[in-house]
Write a protein that binds this ligand. Structure first.
Ligand code: 5GP
Ligand code: ZN
Length: 114
């Protein structure tokens, strides 16, 4: 999608601090980190929200979680604990309409998240 920020980052048209890449997934540090580790894990395929995921994407969604685990190991938060989340639509605070898993770690997380 030509005017999508995360499509542009995954196509390297806009710079980001990449921390992981494979054929279908890219991950980079969040520009406004909310924890010592705050990485966004993004499919290269444009999918607007979690509601737009189809059966065709089942393996791709699995790859997002597998990438998240690898990054959590690399960043040293896997055993301590980390949070994975995907905001969906306005009331959840979704601001970029290209799905992404937030990986947050390196500090105590709170619940409810607010
Ligand atoms: P959302 O609010 O959609 O769940 O998450 C979007 C995230 O993207 C936010 O945490 C925001 O800080 C991050 N973000 C927005 N623009 C950029 C950017 O240009 N580069 C990077 N690395 N992160 C961005
Ligand atoms: Zn996109």
């Amino acid at each position: 999608m030509s005017d999508c920020l995360f499509c542009k980052i995954s196509a390297k048209k806009i710079p980001a601090k990449l921390v992981y890449e494979d054929n279908e997934v890219v991950a980079f540090d969040d520009i406004n980190p909310q924890a010592p580790v705050h990485v966004l894990i993004v499919p290269k395929k444009h999918i607007s929200t979690s509601l737009d995921i189809t059966d065709e994407d089942n393996a791709l969604i699995g790859r997002l979680f597998r990438a998240a685990g690898k990054i959590a190991e690399e960043r040293g938060v896997a055993q301590r604990g980390f949070r994975l989340l995907m905001n969906t639509n306005a009331e959840a605070g979704q601001s970029v309409y290209h799905i992404h898993l937030h990986l947050l770690g390196g500090r105590q997380m709170h619940w409810p998240p607010g």
